[in-house]
Design a protein around this ligand. Structure first.
Ligand SMILES: Cc1cc2nc3c(=O)[nH]c(=O)nc-3n(C[C@H](O)[C@H](O)[C@H](O)COP(=O)(O)OP(=O)(O)OC[C@H]3O[C@@H](n4cnc5c(N)ncnc54)[C@H](O)[C@@H]3O)c2cc1C
Length: 1022
């Protein structure tokens, strides 16, 4: 057991704890701070982000208002770089009591807060999205604050003054002298301080002194004893838990507040409702997003609480009063933190508890010396709380050491002026580092990430996120989790199990804040993220343990608390119960206008109009053109082909949660068809599946891009994480990577330093962990040095040039002795991949293969090209960038599709129609925040998995899959959509691909299989 001696021990690494540590260190105390998680693990990392002017409290809590405005001025001076000077509005909406405005003005004057009333016209000029029905608007000096950065800089400053900060050190209990039964060390069998010999709590505790604490080092999994002269308990909402270890109860209520982030900055000013503080009445612009908050609900345990659906709905409904339309905007994430509310008398509502800070000298309060608790308060007042605490320390120790924290600015690596939104973009443009972006959403560069790893000492990806805002944008880590894991592994040379755990922990950490708000575009985004991590990277098969004790705690399942009575439980505010309701909609009335206003005259009718140009739509079109039909394909954008591996996954695992991949898909398919007679494969049947694969192989063969495989076997191909992915058909460019075949000698995995989507060291380490011989190499080529950006497409174009291939093989020659095969990212050519590989193999004399990496997928693009050419060569037409809007219906038949092209509407007629819009992932299905699911073009009935709360599993990498991804359209044996009574809805419409119900294609690893086989049969026969 480690033992540490210090002068002052600070418990808790939130704003208050680090503020205290800095102040202590600046006043010359030997200071040690322990934090059970990462810094800002508590409320400081889960707050609303507002530097209060105090305006919010002027009527109800004038003391807090005065503290806020004083500190507001000081923090603007000492840490402008942690603040954005957004300014603030207090606005009177039609829902607010006009009388309150008078009290507000009076309160601001008394507290010394400058306010200016502006006209509604001026307000709307500045913030055009605000509700025009607002009647009064007051400007106050609110601002937006970055607590992550402020905490870091406080720590940096504290360290400069000699303080030591230990993260992932959890206080297990306080130590006392004499030992109390709660804190006796004898249980640990070591160094007990002199014992009182009493078994019960000391009746007379007047001589009891706190002398330190026992902590658990969560990284090394060992206990540490820390002795100190004085302990400062700055553990926020946990303060009572800590004092309870020596029997002192503190009346601290944990008041949970939930917030949601809108995916863009709908406002540039902090906006408060002008009323007594209540739920959902503030919107704060924070970096690239706007945060709506908060609720205030008492919870029993500051570590375990749920984000309730009613809270999210309340925030949307209330936010909508400030910014009309907010509730239909894309919501990125929800999170919640707990307020430490100190209340000695009983209260019914947590909003009744004052926000002023509380400083307790336990010598005075409980006759236990050596312990001071500082709690409650606001982030805005953290510095003042720290100053008061250290003043008390000085007084207790009879020292005269004045505070300087209000004078000395926090360290600033780059600048000392207010932060502004365009800063990162300006930096990236100035330094031309766009090619080094690890997180495109938040413009986080490779240098930023390396800085967080090297100087910040980040242990987890979540710490890197906190430091550089990585993974906080719309894709919530979809792309950058993989990249940062690769960088972390390469940089730290960690054990691969640690990297794998960091990946899982971070994916789960992002998931926990997404789950409460997954509908609409964000749910679609999540489908893509699932495709990347399950289907493309097979991250649920990473070697090593799945659990980490450094992971952040999941939110509990909702259902614990009810909405406040003021928030009506009506259909307007709460999600409807049975979401199957949409399936009951048998009356098929298109939701869009049937007649397109001002539409152009139609071109001559086609035989088949296919909507959607993914693998399903293109396969159907290809087959139909082979029958001599006139086919037209329209599509809004790219299909899944561009995102996935460029193979045909037929069925990877059965049952889906089985950890062992199917060696033969056909065996799994037979069982699946028996178990799930409504699955799309059950409708196509095995024979059609086999035929579809054969004919598709023939097409690719004839196109000079051969595919290998059959329904009888799955290849096991390495992924860009180094896991093995079962797939049925794979291009010849990947077949040498089949890991079922052992070869003498290691695989050499080759990457490029400028290419951010492929990490050889990570792949190699995971292959080694699965007992495969493997090494890695980064190929630093002269010809790439001058490029600011190296994408997969650029590399593919370069590989098509013989001189580039010569440069690659020259550079590799010395590295390949004893190598059995060489792997590259899947960038070996665009249209001539087979020739590129043959040439490289000739030059290097070693088999070569491609490993698919992050989207966009070049192997997918190659298949897309083959199909488009096949369609066009037989007179078919494929048009991209065309959005189908609605259908014209007549007498049980679809007559035409209204679509939008180049800012006008037109209608396309055909004899038959095929809908291949790809379900939730493709955008063919849309979900909303009330739990509705709609088919977007024809308003077809959708099979949905039940209640909104049942849509998603608690784990991102769920073993059983997320039920909502099974949503889709029910069809008959001819793939015609059917109503609940089993009758076809339109007899000239077929449904194919991933919009079909009753499959979980990503979980099953059947993404292309379902698309190809259903597209094949419908194109061939319907
Ligand atoms: C929903 C919400 C929104 C808010 N918005 C704002 C706002 O916009 N502006 C504002 O000024 N204020 C805001 N606040 C208040 C503000 O966030 C808090 O007052 C402030 O962050 C508290 O900081 P703290 O350091 O006291 O507590 P915390 O940040 O909670 O720090 C306590 C630390 O102690 C650690 N700890 C606990 N137990 C142990 C243990 N056994 N061993 C070691 N460490 C331990 C925890 O992990 C935690 O990191 C908000 C609060 C909430 C809940």
């Amino acid at each position: 057991m480690r033992k540490i001696q210090t002068e002052i021990l600070v418990l808790g690494g939130g704003a208050t704890g680090v503020g205290v540590a800095r102040d202590l260190a600046m006043r010359g105390f030997k200071t040690l701070l322990v934090e059970k998680g990462d810094l800002t693990n508590g409320t400081t990392g889960r707050y609303h982000g507002l530097l209060h002017s105090g305006g919010r409290y002027v009527v109800k809590d004038p003391q807090t208002a005065r503290e806020c405005i004083e500190e507001n001025r000081i923090l603007r001076r000492i840490m402008p770089h942690c603040l954005e000077d957004t300014g603030g509005f207090f606005v009177l909406t039609p829902w607010d009591d006009p009388e309150y405005a008078h009290h507000f003005i009076e309160g601001c004057q008394k507290a010394g807060i400058s306010i200016e009333e502006i006209t509604i016209r001026e307000m709307l000029d500045e913030e055009p999205l605000l509700n025009p029905r607002i009647t009064r608007c007051f400007r106050v000096p609110d601002a937006s604050a970055d607590s992550f950065l402020a905490t870091d800089l406080n720590v940096e400053s504290a360290r400069q003054y000699g303080a030591e900060i230990l993260r992932y050190h959890q206080v297990v209990r306080l130590l006392t002298s004499p030992a109390l039964p709660f804190s006796r060390l004898s249980e640990t069998g070591t160094d007990a301080p002199p014992s009182s010999g009493k078994e019960d709590r000391c009746e007379d505790s007047s001589n009891v002194k706190v002398i330190g604490s026992i902590c658990r080092d969560l990284v090394r999994d060992e206990e540490v004893i820390i002795y100190s002269d004085l302990v400062i308990n700055a553990s926020g909402a946990w303060a009572g838990q800590i004092t309870q270890t020596i029997g002192i109860s503190l009346p601290i209520i944990a008041g949970k507040g939930t917030m949601v982030a809108v995916n863009h900055r709908i406002l540039n000013t902090v906006v408060n409702r002008c009323k007594i503080p209540s739920d959902g009445d503030i919107i704060v612009p924070a970096h690239t997003v706007a945060v709506v908050g908060t609720t205030d609900v008492r919870v029993a345990d500051p570590d375990h609480y749920a984000i309730e659906p009613w809270e999210v709905h309340l925030l949307l409904e209330e936010g909508d009063k400030l910014v009309p339309g907010l509730k239909t905007m894309r919501i990125l994430r929800a999170w919640a933190g707990v307020r430490p509310l100190y209340q000695e008398t009983q209260v019914n509502d947590t909003r009744e508890v004052g926000r002023a800070f509380v400083l307790l000298d336990h010598e005075q309060h409980d006759h236990v010396s050596g312990l001071v608790t500082i709690t409650s308060g606001k982030w805005t007042t953290y510095r003042k709380m720290a100053q008061a605490t250290v003043d008390l320390v000085c007084k207790k120790l009879n020292l005269n050491r004045p505070c300087h924290t209000h004078l000395e600015p926090l360290p600033s690596p780059h600048k000392r002026r207010y932060h502004h939104l365009g800063e990162r973009l300006a930096q990236v443009e100035k330094e031309k580092t766009s090619g080094e972006l690890v997180c495109e959403c938040e413009l986080t560069t490779l240098q930023d990430v390396l800085g967080a790893i090297d100087t910040g000492g980040a242990q987890t990806i979540d710490e890197i996120r906190r430091d550089v805002r990585l993974g906080m944008g719309p894709c919530q880590g979809g792309f950058c989790t993989y990249r940062v894991a690769g960088i972390l592994h390469t940089r730290k040379h960690s054990r691969i199990e640690e990297t794998n755990i960091a990946i899982r922990d971070f994916l789960q950490e992002r998931w926990k804040g997404l789950r409460p708000i997954l509908w609409g575009q964000q749910l679609r985004q999540e489908c893509l993220d699932e495709l990347i991590y399950l289907s493309l990277l097979n991250a649920d098969h990473l070697p090593g343990p799945t659990y980490s004790h450094l992971a952040s705690i999941n939110y509990s399942l909702p259902g614990e608390t009810l909405p406040p009575s003021s928030f009506g439980i009506g259909s307007e505010t709460l999600p409807p119960d049975p979401l199957i309701s949409s399936t009951k909609n048998e009356v098929l009335i298109p939701s869009h206008p049937k007649r397109a206003v001002g539409s152009e005259a139609s071109p001559p009718p086609t035989d088949i109009l296919v909507i959607g140009a993914g693998l399903a739509g293109l396969t159907a079109a290809w087959q139909a053109t082979r029958r001599g039909l006139k086919v037209h394909v329209i599509s809004r954008g790219w299909g899944t082909l561009y995102f996935h591996a460029g193979c045909v996954d037929l069925m990877g695992y059965y049952p889906f949660h089985d950890q062992v991949p199917l060696s033969s898909p056909i065996a799994g398919l037979s069982r699946l068809i028996q178990d799930h007679p409504r699955h799309p494969y059950a409708i196509t049947g095995l024979e059609v599946i086999n035929q579809a694969l054969q004919e598709f192989k023939e097409l690719c063969d004839q196109s000079g891009y051969p595919l290998s495989g059959s329904v009888d076997q799955n290849f096991l191909l390495p992924t860009a994480l180094g896991t093995l992915r079962p797939t049925c058909l794979a291009p010849a460019t990947m077949i040498n990577g089949d890991m079922r075949q052992s070869r003498a000698g290691p695989i050499l995995i080759v990457g490029f330093p400028q290419f951010q989507d492929f990490y050889p060291a990570l792949i190699s380490a995971n292959l080694q962990a699965q007992n495969f011989l493997s090494t890695d190499y980064i190929l630093d080529l002269e010809s790439l040095h001058s490029r600011h950006m190296v994408t997969s497409r650029i590399l593919a174009q370069l590989f098509e040039k013989p001189e580039f291939r010569a440069e690659v093989s020259d550079a590799l020659h010395n590295r390949i002795k004893g190598t059995a095969r060489i792997a590259f990212p899947a960038v070996l050519g665009l249209e001539h991949a087979s020739e590129v590989i043959n040439d490289l193999e000739k030059r290097l004399g070693v088999p070569i293969f491609e490993i698919p990496t992050l989207p966009p997928s070049l192997p997918g693009w190659r298949i897309n090209q083959i199909l488009v050419k096949a369609i066009e060569s037989r007179g078919g037409k494929v048009e991209n960038g065309i959005q189908a809007l609605s259908a014209m219906v007549d007498n049980g038949r679809i007559v035409s599709i209204i679509n939008e092209a180049a800012a006008r509407q037109r209608s396309l007629q055909a004899s038959r129609f095929i809908l291949a819009t790809g379900g939730l992932l493709g955008g063919g299905l849309h979900t909303d925040y009330k739990g509705g699911i709609q088919e977007m073009i024809m308003n077809l009935p959708v099979i949905a998995p039940g209640r909104f709360s049942e849509w998603l599993d608690t784990e991102f990498l769920s073993q059983t899959g997320h039920p909502v991804f099974q949503s889709g359209i029910k069809v008959d044996e001819k793939f015609q959509p059917i109503s609940e009574d089993g009758l076809p809805i339109y007899n000239n419409l077929s449904i194919i691909g991933n919009i079909l119900a009753n499959a979980q294609s990503i979980r099953e690893r059947s993404l292309e299989g379902i698309a190809l086989t259903t597209g094949f049969i419908v194109g061939k026969t319907n």
